[in-house]
Design a protein around this ligand. Structure first.
Ligand SMILES: Nc1nc2c(ncn2[C@@H]2O[C@H](COP(=O)(O)OP(=O)(O)OP(=O)(O)O)[C@@H](O)[C@H]2O)c(=O)[nH]1
Ligand SMILES: [Mg+2]
Length: 195
């Protein structure tokens, strides 16, 4: 639910990075933060446990240029992936404009990926959103690891609708901006439809 402020000529959009525990959601935001110049970013806020797991969310505001004289501001959030933080995950999805599903490519995380994808669909539905209508992209993270599942297998299990998807290594940053660009493009296209 993007927010357009006509007096300050700003468009505010919310993008949520979703996925199982330790798949690399926070690492995505950290890389984006590190590589964005100071004028274009606000402070990154992370509420984490002592072991660096996301406790509630990470938040990073970004300015991504102008469309038709309106400044576009993207608010990036991550959810906590640990299963028992479901209430927080649901809350963070409120008012979402675009979702990035971050999958962990490791073979042994496949069950966790599938569960998290199902959990996303349910939580979106509870807010009244349809996962097939929300701007949505998938990122297959941790492609650098030797135990990464074949790409075809990940696509088959996680992307039956064939939404835009990207291979990634969030540590080195490969694929991080491609993913962000793709989801923001979808969000802006959706916004133009409504305008
Ligand atoms: N090898 C490898 N490790 C990665 C990659 N992306 C993230 N990691 C590592 O995976 C661990 C977990 O990353 P986080 O970004 O904290 O994971 P998260 O999804 O935010 O986890 P939660 O906050 O618990 O949901 C960290 O040690 C990262 O350095 C990657 O592409 N390759
Ligand atoms: Mg995290």
């Amino acid at each position: 639910m993007s927010f357009i402020n006509y007096s300050s000529r700003e468009i505010n959009c919310k993008i949520v990075y979703y996925g199982p525990g330790l798949c690399g959601k926070t690492t995505n935001l950290q890389f984006i933060y590190k590589k964005t110049n100071p004028q274009a970013k606000g402070k990154m806020i992370s509420l984490a446990t002592e072991t660096e797991r996301t406790l509630f969310f990470d938040f990073l505001p970004l300015a991504l240029g102008e469309i038709r004289g309106f400044k576009t501001r993207f608010h990036l959030y991550t959810v906590p992936g640990q299963v028992f933080y479901d209430a927080s995950r649901k809350l963070i999805l409120k008012g979402v404009d675009g979702v990035v599903f971050v999958a962990d490519s490791q073979v042994e995380r496949m069950e966790a990926n599938i569960e998290s994808m199902e959990n996303l669909a349910i939580n979106l539905q509870e807010h009244g959103y349809d996962i097939s209508k929300v701007p949505f992209v998938i990122q297959y993270n941790k492609r650098d690891l030797p135990n990464a599942a074949p790409l075809e297998e990940l696509k088959r299990l996680l992307n039956p609708r064939n939404v835009p998807d990207f291979e990634c290594c969030a540590n080195s940053g490969e694929g991080v901006f491609e993913t962000l660009k793709a989801v923001s493009k979808l969000v802006l296209t959706e916004l133009k439809k409504g305008a």
